[in-house]
Design a protein around this ligand. Structure first.
Ligand SMILES: O=C(O)CCC(=O)CC(=O)O
Length: 266
């Protein structure tokens, strides 16, 4: 495993490579969700074929990346992902994006077909929420901090079964540890993003994953985005909330591996 720092004009984006050390190996890139860092993929990565080169990164304002002042533009988040891929010589990858990571995937696929050969859009949509929802979330964080948000977020992130387990505390703490500036910055980026037209123009192999108990991006919303892309396959993970990679990592890895086999990436 190698950690990298990708310079973005004074900002530093933290990236991690695991799996194959061969830069020519088939590559899978993972982009995570709001209020999380690249550790959400740990248990999925452990179940993927060893032949893959796996690249993960913390978007700006999250994990070990820099925290510039909010607000952030979606274009900047997409350019961060592009810079990570260019710096690490990623071409023809399968780009897996969860929630805001899925927005980044859609933006990057439109911009850089040489980088993205296929996408996995997980618990995401072409447009997530409304500007008023995001404005209220931003004001709540400014007024009361991350702790105050945590109970509501856990309800949207996880199924009831998971919320009653001992594992919840770890992920709740990750959310509370997220820098408020980074969280607010990314809320603003989501608020300003509507990819309906550009995503409808995409023609590349796409797997779309939803969680039956996802209250942040419910299955119907996710399916609507799958329907925009001709040939996209929609999969519903039963008993999962917004973060199926944490709740059911083996099943999630199996879905990814099946898709990678279908498109000849493993
Ligand atoms: O998870 C995301 O990236 C955005 C959707 C969201 O707001 C999830 C949550 O409720 O925290």
């Amino acid at each position: 495993m190698q950690d990298h720092r990708v310079d973005r004009g004074g900002l530093s984006i933290h990236a991690r490579i695991s799996g194959s050390e061969d830069a020519n190996a088939p590559t899978v890139v993972f982009a995570n969700s709001l209020g999380t860092d690249l550790r959400i993929w740990d248990d999925v990565v452990a179940h993927l074929p060893e032949t893959l080169r796996i690249v993960r990164f913390d978007k700006r304002g999250h994990g070990l990346s820099s925290v510039p002042p909010a607000p952030y533009a979606m274009g900047a988040l997409v350019t961060d992902a592009e810079a990570v891929c260019d710096e690490l010589d990623v071409r023809d990858c399968v780009f897996v994006g969860l929630s805001i990571g899925g927005l980044i995937a859609q933006g990057l696929a439109v911009k850089r077909m040489d980088i993205v050969r296929a996408m996995v859009l997980s618990n995401t949509a072409a447009k997530i929420g409304t500007p008023s929802l995001w404005e209220a979330r931003i004001e709540a964080v400014k007024a009361h901090g991350m702790d105050n948000l945590a109970d509501g977020v856990m309800e949207r992130w996880f199924s009831r079964r998971f919320r009653e387990s001992d594992d919840l505390a770890t992920w709740r703490q990750h959310l509370i540890d997220c820098p408020p500036e980074g969280y607010i910055g990314c809320c603003a980026a989501i608020s300003g993003t509507d990819f309906y037209s550009s995503t409808a123009s995409l023609r590349l192999p796409t797997l779309v994953i939803a969680g039956s108990e996802d209250k942040a991006t419910p299955p119907d919303l996710v399916r609507e985005t799958a329907d925009l892309i001709p040939g996209a396959r929609f999969e519903l993970m039963r008993g999962s909330g917004h973060l199926p990679c944490i709740e059911h990592p083996q099943d999630y890895a199996d879905l990814l591996t099946g898709f990678l086999k279908e498109i000849g990436h493993v």
